[in-house]
Design a protein around this ligand. Structure first.
Ligand code: DHB
Ligand code: FE
Length: 288
């Protein structure tokens, strides 16, 4: 059977991708940030997933105001890297897992979550930056990413956006779906985006370290309580783009303890300010 072995949580700041692509990671500004992912790069070598179920948001790249799916699951064989204005990032295209994705779509839709099925889309920094953070520089000529990826895009860009509570419940349905897939696969679920940031308006540049760290504490220890936090608190305390954090609750909802299993082991925790305009948060939780 397929198993969810771990969840990974990380910000997906586009400037991190640019720093890697332009060879700036050793500059003093970026060094502390990449140091926080050193552990993670070793960890993923030691714990290699067959498939990553990667929860992220599209930033008006594949989708636009013309079509706004709340939850979209990628069921394609592969995904091209998007051109977000400076040409596509120099990273490999993303290879999907169409069979597992279709199975998850079947199971989760039958569990009453309305997913949009996506058979063709490009993937933006929301998806590629987490892969780069975890796997390091990857020359597209030198081969593929080491794992297959099921892109799962959540609308956190255009209101109305889904509640943290619904995201958490969806994570439970995803867990049930993965663990009923009849093939031995090591699956990780990644929740990306956040932490506190606001990119526009009078409060642009807002960062709330106290709130972010409380969010990390509660995601580990009290996810059910955290899932009750409403939109207004995210926006007020973590800025307009801090709402991306509801995606972390999808990954957390898919962990074993939510379904009567043991508590996850905290393998790694990292927090750093600033990266571009945002606070960067990162956790690795292992199912034991
Ligand atoms: C920025 C953009 C993002 O999508 C994000 O999650 C964080 C930061 C930015 O433009 O700096
Ligand atoms: Fe973002």
């Amino acid at each position: 059977m397929a198993r969810i072995t771990a969840s990974v949580y990380t910000s997906h700041v586009p400037a991190i991708g640019a720093a890697m692509d332009l060879g700036k990671t050793h500059e003093p500004y970026w060094q502390p940030l990449f140091k926080g992912y050193q552990f993670s790069r070793q960890w993923i070598q030691d714990n290699p997933p067959d498939v990553v179920f990667l929860v992220y948001n599209d930033h008006a790249t594949a989708f636009s105001l013309e079509l706004i799916p709340t939850f979209a699951i990628g069921t394609a064989a592969e995904y091209e890297v998007a051109d977000e204005g400076w040409g596509p990032r120099p990273v490999p295209k993303v290879i999907g897992h169409a069979d597992l994705a279709s199975h998850i779509a079947q199971s989760v839709i039958q569990d009453d979550f309305d997913l949009t099925i996506v058979n063709k889309m490009v993937v933006d920094h929301g998806l590629t930056v987490p892969l780069s953070l975890m796997y390091g520089e990857r020359d597209p000529q030198a081969g593929a990413w080491p794992c297959k990826v099921i892109p799962f895009a959540v609308n956190v860009v255009q209101y109305p956006v889904p509640s943290g509570r619904r995201c958490y419940e969806l994570g439970k349905a995803i867990r049930k779906a993965v663990e009923s897939f009849d093939e031995d696969l090591n699956v990780q679920i990644w929740g990306t985006g956040g932490m506190s940031h606001q990119l526009q308006g009078p409060r642009a540049g807002l960062i709330n370290q106290a709130w972010d760290n409380k969010f990390l504490d509660r995601l580990i220890e009290d996810p059910a309580g955290l899932a009750q936090v409403g939109h207004i608190e995210y926006v007020r305390e973590a800025g307009s783009e801090g709402i991306e954090l509801v995606m972390w609750l999808i990954a957390r909802g898919a962990m074993a303890d939510i379904n009567g299993g043991p508590k996850p082991r905290l393998a790694h925790r990292f927090y750093h300010v600033p990266a571009s305009n945002t606070a960067v948060g990162h956790l690795i939780l292992e199912n034991t």
